[in-house]
Design a protein around this ligand. Structure first.
Ligand SMILES: Nc1ncnc2c1ncn2[C@@H]1O[C@H](COP(=O)(O)OP(=O)(O)OP(=O)(O)O)[C@@H](O)[C@H]1O
Ligand SMILES: [Mg+2]
Length: 298
């Protein structure tokens, strides 16, 4: 396959055509790794927690998973896993270490963390999205899933990575800013990259009514004004424990607490739609899925 950087040569008027070409080329590949970006526009909505959870649950069910932290100089994935911070990502960029040397590996779960306030990284001029797309291309086939934990914002890097992935999980919380930012993300993806379908996950909701409202507001607006389809994956309730403790509780893959059981339904819905179900589908047949809370939490 052609190197990404050969296509994304310059950000002039031909940029979108080049990205389109890349996407077309990618769609023609058979049996490829499934790539999913976890995104959402607004900061702090839970993208990193949800990315880690998806990756760990998919790995626990037997899939080989690579999670790439795309928040390249404000990385949080290692912090949430209580792993030491490293400059491995920078070492990968500068070719000082191999890809394998830069990974954290725990069975089927592989993580490429990024940097934290690395000054050399700040000084370095590079197209991060090209670098990450090249990693995807070089290591596809080694993984069943490659997940991208996207940074907040709708800057070019993030949008290109979102567009490049096969699927996008938009994480939204029940506040106006989050809903508005997600709409903006979906709008730019639609109008600049022709992306017409996204998956939605509502995080930090408190009541069924709140969940419903977020789902209907966003999916209806997106459909009416942008002609885009939103596929509902479900949600994760707000848990009122200290933020530092939340991730330990949420990321546990052994305890089968309520949060985990509900999240497995989310994972099951997504993987069933991708045609590679990893959780027995009879537990939550897709045809029965609608946006009602009762169904989601049955
Ligand atoms: N359902 C939830 N209930 C309670 N706390 C949560 C929930 N989901 C996430 N959090 C907490 O919210 C905070 C923000 O989550 P996270 O870092 O995953 O967000 P983010 O979208 O990745 O942020 P950023 O945009 O800065 O990358 C974290 O402290 C996390 O533990
Ligand atoms: Mg994050």
């Amino acid at each position: 396959m052609t190197k990404t950087s050969d296509w994304l040569i310059s950000f002039n008027s031909s940029y979108q055509r080049q990205v389109h070409h890349l996407l077309t080329e990618r769609k023609q590949q058979q049996d490829k790794t499934t790539t999913i970006s976890i995104t959402g526009g607004k900061g702090g909505v839970g993208k990193t927690s949800i990315s880690l959870k998806f990756a760990k649950e998919l790995a626990a069910e037997g899939s080989k998973v690579l999670l790439i932290d795309c928040d390249y100089n404000l990385s949080n994935t290692s912090i949430k896993l209580d792993l030491p911070l490293t400059n491995n990502f920078y070492s990968l960029i500068t070719n000082e270490k191999s890809f394998e040397e830069c990974l954290y590996q725990d069975g089927n779960f592989h993580l490429l963390s990024a940097c934290n306030g690395n000054v050399d990284m700040f000084d370095r001029e590079m197209r991060m999205e090209e670098f990450i797309i090249d990693i995807i291309n070089e290591h596809e086939g080694e993984y069943d899933f490659i997940l991208l934990d996207c940074p907040a914002g709708i800057q070019r890097e993030s949008l290109t990575l979102n567009a490049y992935c096969d699927y996008r999980v938009v994480v939204v919380t029940p506040d106006k800013a989050s809903i508005t930012d997600s709409y903006s993300l979906i709008k730019v993806l639609s109008q600049k990259f022709g992306i017409k379908e996204n998956h939605l996950l509502v995080n930090k909701y408190r009541t069924p009514a709140q969940f419903e409202k977020v789902v209907s507001t966003l999916s209806e607006t997106v459909e009416n004004f942008l002609g885009c389809r939103t596929r509902i994956l479900g949600g994760v309730k707000r848990v009122d424990i200290s933020q530092n403790k939340f991730d330990k509780y949420f990321l546990d893959t052994t305890g089968k607490n309520d949060l985990q059981r509900n999240f497995l339904k989310v994972v099951g819905r997504l993987t069933e739609e991708l045609g590679r179900p990893i959780v027995p589908t009879e537990i939550f047949p897709l045809e029965k899925l609608n946006t009602t809370f009762n169904n989601l939490n049955a």
